[in-house]
Ligand binder design. Structure first.
Ligand code: FES
Length: 153
């Protein structure tokens, strides 16, 4: 049985029908076609599905879409400005080679933005700790930390 929910995604009001068991990442990818948000483990352990929900980062594979009714969601598709200029964190990831295969990158970037916004980017150790829920199988961690530091500074 479908439920209708209404949420703001990247600044746009969207109304969609979802099953009670549909996760937010499934709603984003399969219903709204926003495939920038990735699914890795689908059980809250890799961070590939990280998005911002009302300004806080969450694992969208662990969040039921119905609980996001009325919420404000930001995904990687919402970061560049309308003219296509990259968000400073996207720019920093590119300039610091903070990815290799890129699969974890959308989630890394949303976490990195939250890291600074929530005041957890004091030094490299604090950044690493905050970002520890976002796994990178390529091992780009030092460059990811460098990207966060570049935006923080
Ligand atoms: Fe959600 Fe891994 S896919 S944490």
């Amino acid at each position: 049985e479908q439920r209708h929910i209404s949420l703001t995604v990247n600044g746009q009001r969207r109304t969609l029908g979802v099953e009670p068991r549909t996760t937010l990442v499934e709603a984003l990818r399969d219903v709204l076609g926003l495939t920038g948000t990735k699914i890795g483990c689908n059980q809250g352990q890799c961070g590939a599905c990280t998005v911002l929900l009302d300004g806080r980062r969450i694992n969208s594979c662990l969040t039921l879409a119905v609980t996001a009714d009325g919420a404000d969601v930001v995904t990687v598709e919402g970061l560049a400005d309308p003219t296509g200029n990259l968000h400073p964190m996207q720019q920093a990831f590119a300039e610091n080679d903070a990815f290799q295969c890129g699969y974890c990158t959308p989630g890394q970037i949303l976490s990195a933005i939250a890291c600074i916004d929530e005041g957890h980017a004091g030094d490299a150790a604090e950044i690493r700790e905050y970002m520890s829920g976002n796994l990178c199988r390529c091992g780009a961690y030092p460059n990811i930390v460098a990207a966060v530091e570049a935006v923080r500074d």
